[in-house]
Design a protein around this ligand. Structure first.
Ligand SMILES: Cc1cc2nc3c(=O)[nH]c(=O)nc-3n(C[C@H](O)[C@H](O)[C@H](O)COP(=O)(O)O)c2cc1C
Length: 490
């Protein structure tokens, strides 16, 4: 019997993973399949109403690392060409490009250590640059702030191993240095590799949230402890600040104690814009209580709308906050070119860079199970996931709700963390953004495909199309990130 190409493709197993050119072909073929599925089930339906919409908020989602959220991105011929991610010039260019594109902020994701659970090792994480190397995120914040006038910077800093006193001092300093343009993505470290690296026993989700609640309570006290007029700076009398207006904190909690005054004077935003991405019921409650903006990934419009309603309900019934008082920023990957055909070709090329083994290492890291122990054709809907639930759902629905195999899940996820994709001409992309806005998106977290090229493309092609339709600011009206984030246009 002769072995046909299709039979050969079906033969891939964990013991016989496609490598090199074979892996490229597997990923490219799957890209074509996903494009076909998307064409049969378009997000933008004919006869859509033209209505006036508010402005969208845009965030550029990246890491202080080589790869960000697309495994294999560094292989893209347009990725970091002439740039080094480890040097300031690159961040200056990235920041100015996003500001040119009228983004609200650059948003820096982070983990504290390389994933280590695929084959119980971090070898493939290192080998395939699976979010590795990743440098410390806050170090680039002042560079970005100094290179721009308006762009905000969201920074992910984990509460897991830092006392709230140190965290508040760090963030107040950054808020001063950016002149009020910093946001904090509050995370508690969901991956065991992070706890291993810090030599600690990982605590469970509910304990992590309980601890984070107390963490925030102390942070609020510290940030608000310098009253607005506490700094007098009177050279004649020699009095710099009024101690009656700089309140000493005396906090005794289950997890933290703190006695002392906050070391930074009141910063332009007082506290950073509070950002969150928890997706479990407990995570949603945390966001409904504390967050000013939330980052969520939803695979389709039904789930986007469901999420909007759920978050509004939690805000109102549990915390007496107005509906829509938390900005919902939904993940999106845009692949844009002057024509649809060029954009599709670009998408296939981008997908073809994914190394399947690296993709498996990534889903193992984010979702918990060691996927090397599963068959490539096992249906992921049958596998229990202890890791980031919210992101796993984006995979489950990526093929319209049909079964998704381990191999497919890895490839879907590796190209942009499972975010929905808008592929096409500028008009195609903005049409799709409008549909998502009608389903609850206040804005978009744009995941990179190859930097800085993808953000240059966005600023050159998508920004003008959005502005033409009245969907994006033409100037920044606020001084701080919070003011710009709250400005939805007239
Ligand atoms: C879209 C999205 C982005 C996230 N980005 C990060 C990140 O950069 N760093 C991090 O440590 N956790 C990140 N997380 C994890 C969440 O902050 C949260 O800790 C995790 O989802 C577990 O909480 P949950 O069970 O409530 O979802 C992200 C989660 C989502 C859904």
């Amino acid at each position: 019997m002769t072995t046909s190409k299709t039979q050969k493709k079906d033969k891939w197993t964990m013991q016989n993973l496609p490598q090199g050119k074979d892996a490229t072909k597997v990923a490219r073929d799957f890209a074509k399949e996903l494009l076909d599925i998307a064409k049969k089930n378009p997000v933008v339906k004919p006869g859509r109403k033209k209505i006036k919409r508010k402005h969208a908020h845009l965030l550029g989602f990246i890491q202080h690392g080589v790869n960000s959220h697309a495994t294999g991105m560094w292989r893209n011929h347009r990725d970091k060409r002439g740039w080094k991610f480890s040097e300031p010039e690159y961040w200056v260019h990235m920041a100015r490009t996003m500001e040119r594109g009228m983004f609200d902020a650059m948003f820096i994701a982070d983990e504290l250590a390389p994933y280590n659970n695929y084959k119980q090792s971090s070898d493939d994480t290192v080998r395939y640059a699976v979010q590795c190397p990743v440098h410390e995120p806050a170090t680039i914040v002042p560079i970005i702030g100094h290179a721009t006038k308006h762009l905000g910077v969201g920074v992910t800093l984990s509460t897991a191993f830092v006392h709230p006193y140190a965290m508040c001092r760090h963030l107040s300093s950054l808020d001063h240095l950016t002149k009020g343009r910093v946001a904090w993505n509050i995370v508690s470290s969901y991956s065991k590799s992070e706890w291993d690296a810090y030599g600690a026993e990982m605590s469970d989700r509910s304990l992590r949230y309980e601890r984070m609640e107390e963490y925030m309570e102390l942070c609020y006290q510290l940030w608000n402890s310098w009253e607005e007029d506490s700094v007098i700076a009177d050279r004649e009398s020699g009095i710099y600040a009024d101690p009656d207006k700089v309140h000493e904190i005396d906090f005794k909690g289950k997890f933290f104690n703190c006695k002392g005054r906050h070391f930074c004077f009141r910063s332009p935003q007082v506290s950073p814009v509070l950002w969150q991405a928890g997706s479990s019921p407990r995570g949603r409650d945390f966001a409904a209580k504390h967050a000013e903006a939330i980052f969520a990934v939803h695979p389709n419009v039904e789930r986007m709308a469901e999420y909007r309603d759920d978050l509004n309900e939690r805000c109102y019934t549990k915390f007496k906050r107005e509906a829509n008082s938390v900005k919902r920023i939904y993940g999106l990957q845009t692949i844009v070119a002057p024509t649809r055909a060029e954009a599709e070709e670009k998408y296939e090329r981008i997908m073809s860079h994914i190394p399947l083994e690296g993709a498996l290492a990534w889903i193992s890291g984010h979702f918990g199970p060691d996927f090397s122990t599963y068959d490539l054709d096992e249906v992921v809907q049958n596998i229990e996931i202890p890791g980031i639930q919210g992101l796993f759902e984006s995979i489950i629905f990526a093929k319209g709700g049909g079964p998704v195999t381990v191999k497919e899940a890895a490839l879907i996820y590796a190209q942009g963390m499972g975010m929905p994709r808008a592929i096409g001409s500028p008009a195609d992309v903005v049409d799709q953004m409008e549909v998502f806005m009608d389903s609850g998106a206040d804005g978009f977290m744009l995941v990179a495909t190859g930097t800085p090229g993808c953000f240059e493309d966005f600023a050159d092609l998508v920004t003008p199309e959005m502005q033409k339709r009245g969907l994006l600011r033409t100037e920044y009206r606020g001084k701080t990130l919070r003011e710009n984030l709250l400005d939805d246009g007239d």
